[in-house]
Design a protein around this ligand. Sequence first.
Ligand code: DQA
Length: 148
Amino acid sequence: MSNPVILIVNGPNLNMLGSRQPEVYGRETLADIETLCLARAAALGLDIEFRQSNHEGDLVDWIQQARGRSSGIVINAGAYTHTSVAILDALLAAEVPAVEVHLSNIHRREEFRQHSFVAKAAQGMICGFGSHGYVLALEALARLLKGN
Ligand code: DQA
C-alpha cells in the first residue's frame, strides 16, 4: 500500500529563506526545510510534495489539486496568510485537513500579521518555532490520519 501524500505549500518570499531577515526567519534555506520534512515524513510513513510559489494563483491551483489526491496539507502562505480569501476558499473546497505553519511568531509581530485567513480553514496553527514548525505539522497530520 502506498503512503498517504502530504502537500506542503509555501507562499511568497519563502524562496528567499536563508538570506531574508535571518534575525526573524533564521538561516536555513527552503531546501534545508524540504530535507528536514523529507526525513520526518519518511519516518512517519508519509510521502510529501514540497512546493513554493510567489504567485497566489499557483497556490490556489495546488490546493485545489490536493482534493482527492493528498491526505493533508501543510501551508505557510507567507504574506497571503493575511490577505487571501482565495486561498481560504481553496482550502475550504479541498476538504483535506490543513495545518498552518509560520516560522515566526506572528502574534508577537505587527498587528497586520495577527489576522490569518488561512486559520479559518486550518485544523490548527504552529508558529514561532522556525523550521521545526513544519516537522510538528507533519506529526500533527500523521496523528490525525491515524484517527487519534
Ligand atoms: C511568515 C509570516 C508572514 O507574516 C510573512 O509575510 C512571511 C512569513 C512566517 O513564516 O513567519 O512571509 O509566514
